[in-house]
Write a protein that binds this ligand. Structure first.
Ligand SMILES: [Zn+2]
Length: 73
């Protein structure tokens, strides 16, 4: 966990909500992306629960969990 990371500290971005999660990752979405007809409707981020600076740091379990999360969106 990194203190100034918005993905380790979800409360840092009040507009951000966790839509779904599994053991290793979560799908985050800003409120504006939930507005029907908005330019970013449905968009969001899949991020690992443990802090990773880049995707190259993901473990195989985290990669697999990211794929599983992606198929559930
Ligand atoms: Zn982080």
């Amino acid at each position: 966990m990194v203190n100034d990371c918005v993905f380790c500290n979800l409360e840092m971005e009040p507009e951000q909500g966790m839509i779904l999660s599994n053991e290793y990752c979560m799908f985050l979405q800003l409120k504006q992306a939930q507005i029907k007809g908005s330019r970013l409707e449905g968009s969001g981020l899949i991020v690992p629960k443990k802090h990773r600076a880049t995707v190259f740091e993901l473990t195989l379990d985290e990669w697999n969990a990211t794929y599983t999360c992606f198929t559930q969106i």
